[in-house]
Design a protein around this ligand. Structure first.
Ligand SMILES: NC(=O)c1ccc[n+]([C@@H]2O[C@H](COP(=O)([O-])OP(=O)(O)OC[C@H]3O[C@@H](n4cnc5c(N)ncnc54)[C@H](O)[C@@H]3O)[C@@H](O)[C@H]2O)c1
Ligand SMILES: [Zn+2]
Length: 382
């Protein structure tokens, strides 16, 4: 990897940023981290960990404020590359905490671009690349194929009426037959199902248009569902694995939504880090999906966790659903495979084992917290 200047990681104290910082240190690179240590992620009296302060210069500032960028640009005269991870990340929460998601996610990208364009503080004069952490949330529902019409389809979200009638699978809008899933390619349309997904799509658009005029390369990585040790359990919005894990540990029942066939693409955090390192090495523009490329049934995930935890949680399928949830989405990873040589290496079985080992020393979510994560997102019952 070229290290001809400072590597800046925004949101570097978070889950992915911490793993990235460790991997960089193995390559002899000491990055600068800017992170406001959001209490929702880091607890009420947050501090940078001694591990991170040993591996990086850590600065506690808010990326949505223009002064932050001036401060960094004056402290570091040659910020060559920026990995932009700082964001508010809860899909459910984004549907009511709208102003904050707009300020941090889209506003943060606006002032990042401004800093690069105005060469704020002097340090951004030779910035040559930004790596943006985008999300599969920009697509909303995944891609499908109709075998009768022989076309790819990118269906709209299922309506409340569809879900109430247990029409779980999207159907072909032309012939009405059930569609088959296909991994979602990068050129699929953006149809986000949450405000979070919309902010990620807007982040991409802002940086695409603004960085072009500054001749700065933009590498956009659309992550699928990232998991692994260190994923904040304190944050009840971080996803299904933390919720299932915490409930299983307390032998609480697990309700798998819809008919039990919902799938997601889970990708282990070190594979995500590998995609970022390859992007930094590549140094060129591109838009890439990053995932395992595999569909995992949530039912399988629940059973895997139950086995590992020796839990007596009951796992049931009761036809409950959430309006706004997608049915399936897995990444088409051919582009990142061929352009960056990326291959996901950690299997779900191995990754979940590591997660469970790590989580044993963490405080699980309470029953109320897991319920909050599950119910907040426009929940409806049949
Ligand atoms: N984890 C996933 O499954 C996933 C999937 C797709 C995309 N992503 C994206 O990857 C990035 C990193 O995600 P993560 O899982 O590490 O999340 P995380 O919440 O663990 O890390 C985000 C970090 O950003 C910091 N932050 C939040 N607001 C900030 C602000 N205004 N100024 C400075 N720092 C701020 C937080 O304190 C936190 O340390 C995010 O942009 C997220 O949208 C994550
Ligand atoms: Zn058809």
């Amino acid at each position: 990897m070229q290290s001809d200047g400072t590597l800046l990681i925004t949101g570097g104290a978070g889950f992915i940023g911490t793993w990235l910082t460790r991997a960089l240190s193995e390559k002899g690179i000491r990055p600068v981290i800017v992170d406001n240590l959001l209490p929702q992620v880091h607890g009420e009296s947050p501090k940078f960990s001694s591990e991170l302060t040993g591996l990086a210069d850590c600065i506690q500032l808010d990326v949505s404020q223009p002064e932050t960028w001036v401060e960094i640009g004056s402290r570091y005269p040659n910020v060559a590359q920026i990995v932009h991870l700082a964001a508010l990340t809860g899909t459910g929460q984004s549907m009511f905490d709208i102003g904050n998601y707009d300020r941090v996610n889209t506003g943060g990208c606006a002032v990042l671009a401004e800093a690069v364009l105005l060469k704020s503080g002097g340090g951004f004069q030779s910035t040559r690349q930004v790596v943006l952490s985008s999300s599969r949330a920009v697509y909303g529902e995944g891609a499908y194929h109709c075998n009768i019409c022989n076309v790819n389809e990118y269906p709209n979200l299922r309506t409340e009426k569809d879900l109430t009638a247990a029409r779980w699978n999207p159907v072909c809008p032309k012939c009405g037959t059930a569609l088959e899933t296909i991994p979602t390619p990068e050129d699929a349309p953006h149809r986000p199902a949450s405000f979070y997904g919309l902010t990620k799509s807007v982040q991409e658009s802002y940086l695409q248009m603004l960085l072009r005029s500054a001749s700065v390369e933009l590498t956009t990585l659309r992550f699928q569902n990232v998991y692994g040790p260190g994923q904040s359990l304190r944050n009840p919005y971080t996803g299904v694995i933390g919720v299932f894990y915490s409930r299983m540990l307390q032998n609480l029942p697990i309700d798998i939504f819809e008919d039990g066939d919902v799938t997601r693409d889970f990708v282990y955090v070190t594979d995500i880090v590998d995609s970022i390192l390859r992007s930094l090495e590549f140094g060129k523009p591109g838009v890439f999906n990053v995932g395992s490329g595999k569909y995992t049934r949530l039912m399988y995930l629940a059973e895997l966790l139950r086995g590992l935890l020796n839990s007596s949680s009951d796992i049931s399928v009761n036809g409950h659903f959430r309006v706004g949830d997608i049915r399936h989405n897995a990444a088409d990873i051919r582009a990142i495979q061929s352009d960056l040589g990326f291959i996901p290496r950690v299997s779900l079985e191995e990754g979940i084992k590591n997660y469970v080992q790590w989580a044993a020393s963490e405080e699980p979510l309470t029953e109320a917290e897991t319920g909050k994560a599950l119910l907040d997102f426009r929940h409806r019952r049949q």
